[in-house]
Design a binder for this molecule. Structure first.
Ligand code: ATP
Ligand code: MG
Ligand code: MG
Length: 552
């Protein structure tokens, strides 16, 4: 198999390629329209997109809408918007429901060939029994699950073709809700996925696209291989927890004698302190623990982009994962560190000082009239443009800086020059209430230890009122286990707000994606999120991959 791999060097430097790609590549992303896309989906999308491009092939988008009880049209729209955010455009958008007619005909063909049968073995009521079923599910397995576990044939397994066809027609007509159709593969194959899986179920809920045309719906196990084959997919990328189901996927295709599809497994993505289940995320939204699906604390595509993750970093990160198969929970830090490398050379640099920690500074020999001077927004990248720095004899600085100064100490006011601290006034609580300094511009900034940010108070160019937001993980446990009640692990406080004053240039920051990420020097990277209460400009802190940088 290895020699069939046409290898290309990925951005990450290792070979990332698909087997048997010589005669063209068609990949697909098949989301179920039941929620918003999250970072796990982003991996699936980006790998599919990457391979389609690498081989000059095509990426198909297909809504996997086989369960009318869970799916909604509104989610199709949000998923398409999410794909757009990820810069992914598919060759076409289709629906599994486009193929309901063909799938139904294929199911009948299987019955006629003795490869499928109708079954009414109870698949929902838990059995009360004593046997060697796995301890976890003991007493919870239905009759059908119990039979599959022990390799016991269904009592309907050997019914005649005529009977099976008649029962499937009844299911299709909406009579016989408890019946299903099962592929007749094996009773006791060591791979339990091969033990006569269900391929059609009854459901009388109207479908968001086909209305009440159908009373029976194909399962994912049946629809996915068939539609992949019909749509010309050459390589189906699947997360590796489906590996046991790969032989079943191939069985469906062979039983129907339709075009073969290659399967390529990749690792399912998980992160520490992160919930990726759509159902649990929905509960966080419903309980008001976050503000919505696009909350910056959420691992949704919208959430992480809002938090300041760039699509470029996401792409690089996903390709670095490459063909690795180990199942593990990743750290967010490495992703944010990658992101930092991308934003740092481009983010314009401004200054901000926390409002209730500001200390007024009088510069005795400073300019009586304020004046301005142009500076590059980024010292190493003139393409970022210019800003204007205001100078006056009344400044503010951060309390932590002020508190560290000694009288007589020579410090550097960044973008201005050196100054000597002449006197400090202390407040009752011991904090610094005000400072008096003298400029000492002939001093050498290379000799000072402290190079500080400051802001000039000037009537002509008012400081900008901003809010700096920072977030914590929404759960307190690295990895939620199956039996965990997630509500026991909700972090009590996850949003931290600080009001700050920023330099006058900040008023020009827009929500344009190319411009909204900035650096507040000596604080970190932020993404402009829009205007909040009282017109304050809200900035969300972008983690930079260094250990906990949460507001103290
Ligand atoms: P699944 O059914 O696998 O739990 P899902 O129901 O959450 O996924 P789907 O809409 O069915 O979401 O997923 C669309 C595609 O995204 C599938 O190919 C699925 O394998 C992939 N996917 C979903 N979650 C992850 C993840 N955590 N890591 C990698 N790929 C994922
Ligand atoms: Mg799914
Ligand atoms: Mg899921």
């Amino acid at each position: 198999k290895a020699n069939a791999i046409r290898a290309n060097k990925s951005a990450a430097g290792f070979s990332l390629g698909l087997p048997n790609a010589e005669s063209g590549v068609v990949t697909r992303f098949p989301p179920e329209p039941s929620g918003y896309l999250h970072i796990g989906h982003a991996k699936a999308v980006m790998l599919n997109h990457y391979f389609a491009n690498m081989y000059n092939g095509k990426l198909l988008i297909r809504f996997d809408d086989t369960n009318p009880s869970k799916e909604k049209v509104e989610f199709e729209d949000t998923i398409l918007e999410d794909l757009h955010l990820l810069n992914v455009v598919g060759e076409s958008v289709s629906h599994t429901s486009d193929y309901f007619g063909q799938l139904h005909a294929y199911a009948k063909q299987l019955i006629k060939e003795g490869k499928a049968y109708a079954d009414d073995t109870d698949a929902t009521t838990p059995l009360v029994h004593a046997c060697s079923c796995p301890p976890k599910s003991h007493g919870k397995l239905s009759q059908m699950a119990h039979e599959r576990f022990h390799g016991i044939p269904s009592s309907k397994r050997d019914e005649s073709t005529e009977t099976n066809l008649r029962r499937f027609e009844e299911m299709t007509a909406g009579k016989g809700a408890k019946w299903c159709l099962r592929a007749r593969i094996s009773v006791d194959d060591p791979n339990k996925a091969m033990r006569d899986p269900v391929i059609y179920r009854c459901n009388s809920t109207p479908h968001h696209r086909t209305g009440d045309a159908w009373k029976v719906y194909p399962t994912y196990d049946f629809a996915c291989p068939v539609v992949d084959s019909l749509e010309g997919v050459t390589h189906a990328l699947r997360t590796n927890e489906y590996r046991d189901r790969n032989p079943q996927y191939q069985w469906m295709i062979q039983a129907l004698r339709i075009r073969r599809v290659e399967i390529w497994d990749f690792r399912r993505l998980n992160f520490i302190y992160t919930v990726l289940s759509k159902r649990k995320l929905q509960q966080f939204v419903d309980k008001g623990l976050v503000r919505g699906w696009d909350d910056p604390r959420f691992p949704t595509v919208r959430g992480i982009i809002r938090r300041g993750l760039t699509v470029e970093a996401l792409q690089q990160f996903m390709l670095q994962q490459g063909p690795s198969q180990a199942v593990l929970s990743l750290e967010w830090d490495s992703l944010w560190a990658l992101n930092k490398k991308i934003i740092d050379p481009k983010a314009p640099r401004f200054w901000a000082i926390v409002e209730d920690k500001r200390v007024p500074v009088h510069v005795r020999n400073g300019p009586a009239e304020s004046y301005t001077k142009p500076f590059p927004k980024h010292k190493k990248n003139p393409d970022v443009g210019e800003k204007v720095t205001t100078y006056s004899n009344d400044l503010i600085v951060e309390q932590v800086d002020a508190a560290s100064f000694e009288e007589g100490e020579e410090i550097t006011l960044m973008d201005w020059g050196n100054a000597i601290v002449r006197s400090r006034t202390l407040a009752a609580d011991g904090s610094v209430a005000s400072l008096i300094v003298d400029l000492y511009l002939e001093g050498d900034f290379k000799t000072t230890k402290k190079k500080i940010t400051w802001l000039a108070q000037s009537a002509a160019r008012a400081l900008v009122h901003v809010t700096l937001l920072d977030y914590d993980y929404i759960i307190t446990k690295k990895k939620l286990e199956d039996g965990d009640n997630w509500e026991d692990f909700v972090t009590p406080e996850t949003e931290f707000r600080e009001e700050a004053l920023a330099d006058a240039n900040v008023v020009d920051v827009t929500q344009d994606e190319a411009e909204r990420i900035v650096q507040f020097e000596r604080k970190g990277y932020y993404r402009f999120d829009g205007r909040g209460a009282e017109g304050r400009l809200e900035f969300i802190r972008i983690p930079d991959g260094r250990a906990a940088s949460l507001a103290s």
